[in-house]
Design a protein around this ligand. Structure first.
Ligand code: ATP
Length: 255
């Protein structure tokens, strides 16, 4: 059988029961794995090793816009699913979720409580008899994109729930978790809250944060691979805004 061209491969396709076509996924991996740049490759292999050795680590990829976070995540998802493993992919917002296979928001999949600020030890609203509980028990990888927008209580609720459902008292119940996001974009939104309230509620302020392995991407692949210089200018502008070094639009474009 001849190989499909990368752009014709749709790894989103499954048979509706969550079963993926291993041949299609193998081709997807074949076409894309060797394209990974050095920093992507380092992170990809580190996470893959964690999954294969079942080390139960939680990783955070600090990835500014266009550095290939979605690209790497989708190859990791394909790697797990090709071998019929369960990999769950969620995002904090609906828009980001559409870029990941699975197309689900973290609230809809993990049934996060809505009153995170008022409950001291929140748990996800998942019954142990449900299908999602079974999937959480069996899964090899959980990806949470845009986690930087999430309230730390949601992250802690997931940790508590995974420990309970999987019956294992280590971080995230021993499953490999990949968090991704960019703290220089959107922080959690706290209704009528101050800037300090937002900083206090983001996952960096969680007691779990020191236990997470941090890795980072720096190279803007929209510029390097796609030659999209305007994406580079926009990304640079976002970085300056995030660093608090953005004077004004006029001054930015004059430099
Ligand atoms: N190693 C690579 N080889 C070829 N293309 C790549 C590589 N890494 C990323 N790309 C391409 O670069 C573009 C940006 O990558 P991607 O969408 O994964 O970035 P991102 O970090 O998720 O960005 P954003 O946060 O803006 O969504 C995409 O078109 C992607 O296919």
């Amino acid at each position: 059988m001849s190989l499909l061209k990368p752009e014709t491969i749709n790894i989103m396709v499954n048979n509706g029961n969550g079963n993926y076509d291993s041949n299609i996924l193998a081709q997807y991996i074949h076409f894309n794995e060797h394209l990974l740049n050095n920093e992507q490759s380092y992170v990809y292999n580190k996470i893959l090793e964690g999954i294969e050795k079942n080390t139960g680590q939680t990783f955070f990829i600090d990835a500014p816009r266009g550095t290939g976070k979605t690209f790497v995540i989708n190859i990791l998802l394909a790697r797990v699913r090709k071998d019929h493993g369960i990999a769950l992919a969620v995002a904090s917002s609906g828009i980001a979720a559409t870029l990941l296979e699975g197309d689900k928001t973290v609230h809809s999949v993990f049934k996060l409580p809505l009153n995170l600020t008022r409950v001291e030890t929140p748990m996800c609203n998942i019954s142990k008899q449900s299908n999602i509980a079974q999937a959480l028990k069996d899964c090899k990888l959980i990806v949470w994109d845009e986690c930087t927008m999430a309230h730390k209580g949601g992250f802690e609720a997931l940790n508590r729930t995974l420990k309970d459902i999987r019956g294992y008292n280590s971080l995230m119940g021993g499953v490999t978790v990949l968090l991704a996001g960019d703290f220089q974009q959107t922080l959690p939104v706290i209704p009528r809250g101050t800037r300090a309230d937002e900083v206090k509620s983001c996952i960096k302020a969680s007691y779990l944060w020191p236990h997470i392995q941090k890795v980072a991407f720096h190279k803007n692949m929209r510029v390097h691979v796609k030659g999209d210089t305007s994406a580079g200018i926009f990304a640079e502008m976002l970085l300056k805004i995030g660093d608090g070094n953005f004077p004004s639009l006029e001054a930015f474009y004059q430099n």
